[in-house]
Structure formats: C-alpha cells, structure tokens
Design a protein around this ligand. Sequence first.
Ligand SMILES: [Zn+2]
Ligand SMILES: [Zn+2]
Length: 350
Amino acid sequence: MALKEICGCIHLHTTFSDGDCDYPTLIKTAAEAGLDYVCVTDHMNLKGLSEGYQGLREGVFVIVGYEHNDERNLNHYLAFGTNETAKNMTDPQKYINQIKKMGGIGFLAHPAEKRDYIRKLPPYPWTRWDVKGFDGIELWNQMSDWMEQLRGWQSVTRLFYPRRFLGNVDQELLNRWDELNRVGFISGIGGVDAHSRKLFSIGPFCYRVFPIKVELKGIRTHLFVEKPACGDETKMREAVLRALKDGKGFISNFRLGDARGTQIFLQNENGRLEYPGYPSAAINPPSTINVNLPHKAKIRLLRNGSTIQEIFTNKAQWPIAKPGVYRIEVYKRSSAWIYSNPFPVGKYPI
Ligand SMILES: [Zn+2]
Ligand SMILES: [Zn+2]
C-alpha cells in the first residue's frame, strides 16, 4: 500500500502552560515553515482542545495532546488521543495505564536528560524503566540536546546559534531502544520541546534564544500515513496517531537538510513493501532494505544495535538474510541527520 509522507514537529508548549507562544502564532509559524502537522503538549492540560484548536488550521493539522509528569516533576509522558488528562500523578505505570484506557497513546519524554551544571534547570529524566504499556520513546529532544551542549567556553556561541550545535541521539538511549525493540515494538519520535521562552536579559534587552520560527526548523518527525485520511479530520487524526504509535517513519534534523522525500522501505520476496515501524504482517527473510535520499550522505544499516554496513551514497539496497531488528541512521560528517524507526524481521522476541 502506498503511503503519503507528512512532516511535522512534536512536543510544543504554548501560553496554555509554560510556553511564550500562543496557538495562533504557533499555527501561523508552522504553516510558514511548511509543516504538515504539529503535536502540541502543554503541561497537564488539554486547553487547546476545549479552545477548539485541534484539526486542520491554516493547512497544518494540529493534534492537541499533553505532557504528564509525576508529583516530583519527573517521568514526563507525552500523551495523545485522549479528551481528558489522567488523574494519577504518583505512579508512572498508573498514568500510562489510564491514558491507554482512555484510548490514548504515550511516549516517554526526554528520557535520557542528564545535565547537572545549571542549578535552575535540573534534568527531568525517565527514572521508572520497569513500566510497561507505553507506545514509544522521544528519542531525540531538541531542547535537552541543545542544553547538554551549553557548557564550557563555547557556550556563548551555542546560546546564539542554537540549531548549529544540535548533537546526536544519546547512545545509551539508542542501546536501550534497540534492546526494547527485540522484545516488542517501541516507536521512536523526535521532539522539539518548544517553549519560545525569553531565557535571559542584558540591560533593557531580553533575548529569546529559541524563537518559535527557529524551533520548528530543527528536529522533525516524518510519518507515512494512509492516503484516504485526507479531508476527514477524525480519520486524519486517527491516521497520524496510528503512524506515531506504529513508528511509521523517521526523525530528521532539518538544520542539516530537508529530509522530505526520503524513502526507507523493506521489500520482501513477493514484492510487498513495508515502511519502517510495526509491520502490517510479519516480515521474514529474505528481504531487501532500500534507502533513497534527496542527496548523498553516509547511510548506516544497523542490526540489533550494531552497525553492519555503512556507505556514502543517495541510494542503498541491502539484502536481509537473517532475523533481527534492523534500522537506518544517516550522517553528514559526524552529525546525525536521520534516524529511522526499526524494521522487526522475524518473530518477537527477536
Ligand atoms: Zn518535559
Ligand atoms: Zn515539554
């Protein structure tokens, strides 16, 4: 089945929580940036829903979710597809379950935050790795990533040119994601964690480090969704949420180039195509993994977390002869441009 690529930004805060950007500005800026969708996640509220912002607005499909946290302000969880917030704030397993029971899906937010050098901005990592039932992980969090870089003598330059210094996804988190995916499918998404906040002032001037226009030009999540969804807002929302849950796509850093048009797919012996993510039917070897990029870059094929091939090209094709969890990473020099969701080949546990 041919799917349509849509590209958007996930994990955005507005004036309904601690962001400085209101919904109309956010939607206008997203439309100017050419985004197909945005997923807004204010802290502990769904005001965007009651205020009527969900749906197709100025050509951008707006999904209103929210960000749940526990009472110690840890274990942040991005929830989508519910009409109300979960009530429990004591136990992450309980709010994961409540969100699922309400028909929603959820992602562990910035699970690997580590920074320890800004007392006012402590890390908010995921601490409860014993939980079950979550749908995915926010693999790349633009705000956390940039803040990790804000140390040492280069921090002033990094403050003024935020996107230039985005790093790569934390390797420990990637290892954990690869391990989890050998047991059952766990989707990976990229998040912006946009706040568009004024971070500091010099005399009478206030400097907005990440204006929303800049924030929307970094980490993006590309999804492959079913075509018939267009037009009907309920069906569109369901299709986007299904694609997020099933990891049907890849994450890119727009700063390194517009990754739209990238094709990453697996083809089996009978010619059946599978996009990255939870497959429509079990995938068995032999198959081939194909990658077509808008331009040349270093493409890496990984199996169960280990690199098995790496090639500089815009078109790669690899035969897959054994079961395993396969995924693609693409680099420009040493900076990561694209992370695909995995292709689980074989039966779980793989
Ligand atoms: Zn958070
Ligand atoms: Zn957030």
